[in-house]
Ligand binder design. Structure first.
Ligand SMILES: [Zn+2]
Length: 308
């Protein structure tokens, strides 16, 4: 079976001010790096409002739509901006992950990667923040649970920042296990191990500034993989941020490209053991263009290898 690549040109029309790290060139570099790979390329649809409404209130969605500027930028907070193309980009990003869930669960593809922006894991129920507008990973999980009738879905978030949005959106969802590793201390400041959700289904794994792949591998083997095995998810969603890379300008972990490949391979092995290899991965952060492109390619190559 093949690995699907879901993306849309609209995701390149979400523009941020000059000098902003979450920029169009990120996705351009990724798509260029993935060009030679044997992938089933799928055009991402616009998300249905029903999919967004599983995690965001209607007035929040309306407020995001109303904030879209006719030209220039609308600033939501210190580092979250919208351009005229941002609403369509956010709907394509959410549409990509929900379509990817459909493709994987119906067996049309082995697994899937969504090359999208804006990212999603910082968006809370009614708060856009950290470059994120809609909670893509959480709404993919809810789509799998509520639309496809799954009983257990896991989210693994290895972005260097805490997946506070995914945690907020799935805090009271006993059918979703959320495992998120993050450098601490680091923005946004949440992500302590005692943040465990209403049903003890949130697993926060803080990592020390300056630490590298060794600490990460040890932490995942001790704290993440046993929880995944015990939970027995029917689908694993990956919030794939590549800003824990040693070259990334926004954080100070020292993972190598090989560390991202290792972690992806381990998650694929677990998925093969637990849920027929069903994985949907979606892009989050990663701000050094070369490290981002190389790490994303290594991640997708592991997905391809696992799908065969
Ligand atoms: Zn990040």
């Amino acid at each position: 079976m093949k690995t699907a690549l879901l993306t849309h040109a609209d995701c390149l029309a979400h523009v941020t001010p000059t000098g902003h790290p979450e920029r169009v060139a990120r996705l351009e570099h990724i798509l260029h790096a993935l060009e030679p790979l044997d992938l089933k390329r799928i055009t991402a649809p616009l998300a249905a409002d029903d999919d967004l409404l599983r995690v965001h209130p209607a007035d929040y969605i309306a407020q995001i739509r109303a904030t879209r500027p006719a030209e220039g930028f609308a600033q939501i907070d210190g580092d979250t901006f919208m351009s005229p193309g941002s609403v369509d980009a956010a709907y394509r990003a959410a549409g990509a992950v929900t379509r990817a869930v459909d493709l994987v669960l119906t067996g049309e593809v082995g697994n899937a990667f969504c090359a999208i922006r804006p990212p999603g894991h910082h968006a809370e129920k009614d708060t856009a923040m950290g470059f994120c507008l809609f909670g893509n990973a959480a709404l993919a999980a809810k789509h799998a649970l509520d639309h496809h009738g799954l009983s257990r879905v896991a989210v693994v978030d290895f972005d260097v920042h805490h997946g506070n949005g995914t945690q907020d959106l799935l805090w009271d969802e006993r059918r979703a296990l959320v495992i998120t590793s993050q450098q601490m201390p680091l923005w946004p400041g949440s992500g302590r191990p005692d943040e465990t959700g209403d049903f003890d289904t949130i697993v926060n794994i803080p990592l020390n500034p300056g630490s590298g792949g060794g600490e990460m591998r040890d932490a995942y083997q001790r704290l993440a993989f046993p929880r995944l095995r015990a939970f027995k998810p029917e689908l694993i969603i990956i919030s794939a941020g590549f800003d824990a890379h040693q070259d990334d300008p926004l954080a100070s972990l020292n993972w190598s490209t090989a560390d991202f490949a290792w972690l992806t391979r381990e998650i694929c092995t677990l998925a093969a053991e637990l849920c027929e290899g069903h994985i949907v991965s979606t892009l989050e952060g990663g701000y050094d263009l070369n490290a981002l492109a190389a790490s994303t390619r290594a991640h997708v190559e592991e997905l391809i290898e696992a799908a065969q």
